[in-house]
Design a protein around this ligand. Sequence first.
Ligand code: GLU
Ligand code: ZN
Length: 492
Amino acid sequence: MANGPVRVRFCPSPTGNPHVGLVRTALFNWAYARHTGGTLVFRIEDTDAARDSEESYRQLLDSFHWLGFDWDEGPEVGGPHAPYRQSQRMDIYKDIAAKLLDGGHAYRCYCTTEELDARREAARAAGKPSGYDGQCRVLTAEQAAAYEAEGRPAIVRFRMPDEAITFTDLVRGEVTVTPENVSDYGIIRANGAPLYTLVNPIDDALMEITHVLRGEDLLSSTPRQIALYRALIELGVAKRVPEFGHLPYVMGEGNKKLSKRDPQASLNLYRERGFLPEGLLNYLSLLGWSFSADRDLFTVAELIEKFDIADVNANPARFDLKKAEAINADHIRMLDVKAFTEACEPWLRAPHANWDPEDFDRAAWEAIAPHAQTRLTVLSDITANVDFLFRKEPVEDEASWAKAMKGDPAALLTTARAKLEAADWSSAESLKEAVLAAGEEHGLKLGKAQAPVRVAVTGRTVGLPLFESLEVLGRERTLARIDAALAKLAAA
Ligand code: GLU
Ligand code: ZN
């Protein structure tokens, strides 16, 4: 373990919608920082002008706020290493690149793409390593001057040391890479733009990051970055090489890596469906980590208390939507009623909700909310569960109607109406007794007797507990809906 306080970072590139892999990485860094009492640095890696966008940047901030992440240094909060957007740090990179060139750690490479391709093909054909062959490593001043005179563009390459690089990954243990497997790599484009390969380790060094926790897809860049760190240490820019921990791949459908473009990977999808942030974080934390052998359900506070990078598993994790939903449903149950009532409001007040906004009745919502809370998997399901309360007429669903209106529904509904009319409307139990008694008169068990009542009143065959629903809807509206159903049956 590194000495001194932990400093970790999340450093996404603002390219497109946030996806669950990115959130999992951010979560593990955040949880580790909070668990250790360390510092979380949030840095924006926006050096790729062609792919980065301001809109994605805004989305990242908005998503992280929604998830409940906070950071100690970065956008909005500032910090001793500001600015935290790489697009505003170009002078720093230019300066350090010049030092790397001066110190012989990097060199200009004048090879054209065609030349590189041809040599790579030849190496492949000869069964040799196909990385960069180091041709420009040894250019004399005259050769370089001649290329310059020709007007050849040059990229800057980092000179990899001719020795194996070994490090102890916090997740997968010792990793060794031999020199023939890592060739000298580009750090600055011909147009002068610095690349991820340069700016990411420079910033980790300057921001004194102690632990780099990131996805397994970046494992292959780690030996190169370690070599670059060593050069930065020699130049007095870096103090030390951080520790690395590579988080396992997340597998999606068909055991293929979950890709950013996979609809299931989109964070917005979960947000729009009404996952609770704590439910989603609980589930995502299980992708490569576990709370304990017998517990999958925990709060964010418990996660932070328990989380340690040393407990992350190297095996690929499988993304399981059903399990994510089940955990989210449990988190919905864990809310106190007031929090649940408020959490549903955005869906209840959304313009697309299928009732007139002015018909929304807060008192009715508060009365039914406890019964809805035990039923929901995702908050967006709330509208279909309570629309009977706020619509002037129940939804028309012919399939539900046909399914429930069997036998002699008019006779049953007529009896049920009479008994409901005489019932005590201050108790759901009394409403149940009324329907039970009506069923008995027609030789029907409660389940069969309540189906036509439910469809008459709510329009659906399934929904919240019926008698509590009737109680909240009220006597007059319930009876009027039964009358409307009887009229419809008579007209058929
Ligand atoms: N900006 C990089 C990415 O989003 C960060 C990689 C890293 O953590 O080093 O993939
Ligand atoms: Zn070259």
